[in-house]
Design a protein around this ligand. Structure first.
Ligand SMILES: NC(=O)c1ccc[n+]([C@@H]2O[C@H](COP(=O)([O-])OP(=O)(O)OC[C@H]3O[C@@H](n4cnc5c(N)ncnc54)[C@H](O)[C@@H]3O)[C@@H](O)[C@H]2O)c1
Length: 320
């Protein structure tokens, strides 16, 4: 198959690109190298793909580029480009979220319909759910985002539903917190690892008991490929189905590095729910596997990456 991956230089997009190439698909990557992650890191994310004969890279902004030629002849689009992060979505910077999460998604969908692309999978977020009860949160839970970021992700899902009326098959992949090599700067695991390695102090918002569903990037990418290539329409949670407290994440980082992160405890921030755990039955049924990487092994792999060590490619036989 010929697959367009938007956000191909990013954390999720670059891993997905490598995985699709390993599965034998041809990939066209699109990325604008937006500010946030330093450009050299994003270029390094693409290094493996650029050595592959079935990969083509296009540097372009989805908000204004002519996407017709890029998506022409594609069987599917994995729309992994977007503006990530809850904290940056308040205030004037919401304009960036409106552009990169809403306008960009609308333009990708429009181009897909015009070019006759059959399938689009969109990187949404568990942030669409907002504050939920203790139990695992299923796809039928009513979305009530509590951050401008979550609102922008949910609005992107609304666009998928609108464009489905033009015959497009669409899936919204609601990722929990994905971690592992190439994770973009500013996410919790990355900040804690960098702090433990360098001694640099980092803020920790809320109590150590705050919890998140963490899923290792290889698991998330296997599930993404399966959803893109053979999944049904509609939302699908992608997570481990397990909840980890910030305290447990700090302990895993401390064990992997051999030194503790230097954290400054601060009050919880608006827009960041106290707990998160996703129901993953739908994902497991589509992907025909259960996330296999435990927290200690996943954090150890991310620490090795931050230390500059090479990490193993996904075995191609394990998905879609
Ligand atoms: N990583 C996670 O844990 C996670 C969890 C939930 C949702 N998501 C969502 O998945 C998407 C990808 O996340 P990520 O962690 O890989 O982020 P990332 O910042 O590493 O990658 C996003 C990529 O999209 C590109 N991009 C952004 N706007 C663009 C535009 N207008 N045109 C072309 N390229 C553009 C950026 O340059 C970047 O390379 C985001 O929308 C994010 O909100 C991620």
């Amino acid at each position: 198959m010929r697959v367009v991956v938007t956000g191909a230089a990013g954390f999720l997009g670059s891993h997905l690109t490598d995985h699709l190439l390993a599965l034998g698909h041809a990939v066209v990557g699109i990325d604008a190298f937006t500010p946030g992650t330093p450009r050299p890191q994003r270029q390094a994310n693409l290094a493996r793909a650029l050595r592959h004969p079935s990969f083509t890279m296009l540097e372009a902004d989805l908000c204004d580029a002519d996407l017709g030629a890029a998506v022409s002849g594609a069987d599917a689009i994995a729309h992994m480009a977007g503006e990530a992060g809850v904290r940056g979505s308040w205030g004037d910077r919401f304009a960036v979220y409106a552009m990169n999460n809403l306008l960009a998604t609308q333009r990708v969908l429009e181009a897909a319909v015009s070019a006759g692309v059959r399938r689009v999978a969109y990187a949404s977020s568990s942030a669409v759910y907002g504050v939920t009860a203790n139990g695992p949160c299923g796809e039928d839970t009513a979305p009530r985002p509590v951050s401008p970021y979550g609102v922008s992700m949910l609005a992107g899902e609304g666009l998928l539903d609108a464009y489905a009326q033009h015959g497009l098959s669409t899936a919204a992949i609601r990722y929990s917190c994905v971690y592992g090599p190439r994770q973009r700067p500013g996410m919790a695991a990355e900040r804690f690892i960098t702090s433990a390695l360098t001694g640099e102090r980092v803020p920790l918002y809320g109590s150590d008991g705050r919890s998140r569903d963490l899923v290792y990037v290889d698991d998330a990418v296997r599930a993404t490929a399966a959803i893109l290539l053979r999944g049904p329409d509609g939302p699908v949670n992608v997570g481990s189905g397990e909840s980890f407290t910030l305290g447990e994440i700090l302990e895993a980082v401390t064990a992997a590095v051999g030194a503790a992160p230097a954290v400054d405890r601060r009050p919880a921030l608006a827009g960041e729910p106290p707990r998160e755990r996703l129901a993953t039955e739908r994902m497991r049924a589509i992907a025909r596997f259960a996330p296999a990487t435990d927290l200690a092994a996943g954090i150890a792999a991310q620490v090795a990456f931050v230390r500059g060590e090479e990490f193993a490619e996904l075995p191609a036989g394990n998905a879609a």
